[in-house]
Design a protein around this ligand. Structure first.
Ligand code: SF4
Length: 356
């Protein structure tokens, strides 16, 4: 399968009816809020993007950062027609855009598909009514369900974005949101734990002491639980945690919250830790010394070891024998084969983990 790349063009907030309490797309993306791109500017951004990518990739021009289908029709037409020209010339394979669930109707879909839109990402954020209300999203869980049903009538890929940790959210609500999202069967999901960004309503509430964002540790746990739901439903989670852009790293942009440049890595480490603990429980029934052989996919080595080898050190604490770590590309990702004292090999995968 060809690798995928998005040529991102940010149209921050421009199609939004008002601001959701957590959102400041201009801060996150660095794009000016009121600026309307001209045809020449759009082409320049696309050309620059194309010059940096490997042409053997599956390329989509991606209009991110706002509610695309809330933009004036004439501006949508301009953006889409420029992008469509690159599909017709064979330089890109499709168009991706992000929008709100309440801004999808059959006639909007007809319009988008006629320009070659191939992927739609819906900002669902949560499927809990109270969380959506307190985030001032202006839509309900039913809007998400209705939008998904509408999009599914058309030949486009569907992604859903979730934002655990908003005011009123709990671990149970986030896991329930993940389960309900999995039932909607999107093609992929993104999970962005809520952050407090400067110049948002959430920043005011946070400064007043009325909102406490998740700690990094809590968010790793919550997102890990949500990921398990999607893994079990065979739905890819293509992103966990916001991309560490230069704008986001600018001092003063993130006031508080569980930001980490390698957030996904932390979640994988935490789940590997749970697998290792489970293995240790099984080993402790048979003895605490001997030879322990672990085999994993090479790409999972960092996650299995954990930061500064903390996962491996945890094993060594409870076990006085020799630990041999083998890397084998024939192993599947997120699984671990282990063998104790040359006994029978045991397979453990993330799918064996139960919800906590
Ligand atoms: S979260 Fe989405 S709908 Fe809300 S203000 Fe930001 S871009 Fe607009």
């Amino acid at each position: 399968m060809k690798a995928h790349v998005n040529l991102a063009i940010f149209v921050p907030h421009q199609g939004c009816p008002k601001d959701c309490i957590f959102c400041n797309q201009s801060r996150i993306t660095g794009a000016e809020r009121l600026h309307r791109y001209t045809e020449a500017e759009i082409k320049k951004m696309i050309e620059t993007g194309l010059s940096t990518i490997n042409r053997n990739q599956n390329v989509e021009i991606a209009f991110f950062g706002g509610s695309f289908t809330g933009l004036p029709r004439s501006y949508q037409r301009l953006l889409l027609s420029v992008a469509q020209g690159y599909i017709q010339s064979g330089q890109v394979h499709g168009i991706r855009l992000s929008t709100r669930p309440d801004y999808i109707t059959p006639s909007i879909m007809e319009f988008l598909v006629s320009y070659g839109v191939t992927t739609i990402e819906l900002g669902a954020q949560s499927l809990d009514e109270e969380v959506l209300l307190r985030a001032k999203r202006g839509h309900t869980p039913e809007h998400v369900e209705k939008a998904v049903a509408t999009i599914r009538q058309y030949p486009v890929q569907l992604g859903l974005q979730l934002l655990p940790g908003l005011p009123g959210d709990t671990l149970e609500k986030s896991v329930l949101t993940a389960r309900q999202t999995a039932e909607l069967a999107p093609d992929f999901v993104r999970i962005y734990p809520a952050l407090v960004i400067e110049d948002t309503e959430l920043a005011i509430v946070y400064r007043e002491g009325m909102y406490h964002p998740l700690t990094l540790e809590e968010s790793v746990k919550w997102v890990g639980e949500m990921w398990l739901v999607f893994l079990k439903a065979h739905i890819p989670v293509i992103r966990m945690g916001l991309h560490s852009s230069e704008d986001l790293r600018t001092p003063g942009t993130i006031l508080a919250g569980p930001f980490h440049p390698s957030f996904r890595q932390l979640v994988e480490e935490a789940l590997y830790k749970r697998l290792l603990k489970r293995m240790m429980e099984e080993i402790s029934d048979t003895g605490s010394t001997g030879i322990l052989e672990l085999t994993i996919h090479p790409a999972d080595e960092t996650s299995l070891r954990g930061r500064r080898n903390c996962n491996l050190r945890m094993i060594e604490k409870g076990f006085s024998g020799q630990v041999i770590l083998r890397l084998d590309p024939r192993c599947s990702r997120r699984q671990m084969n282990w063998r104790f004292n040359h006994g029978k090999e045991v397979l453990l995968t993330f799918l064996d983990l139960n919800f906590m």
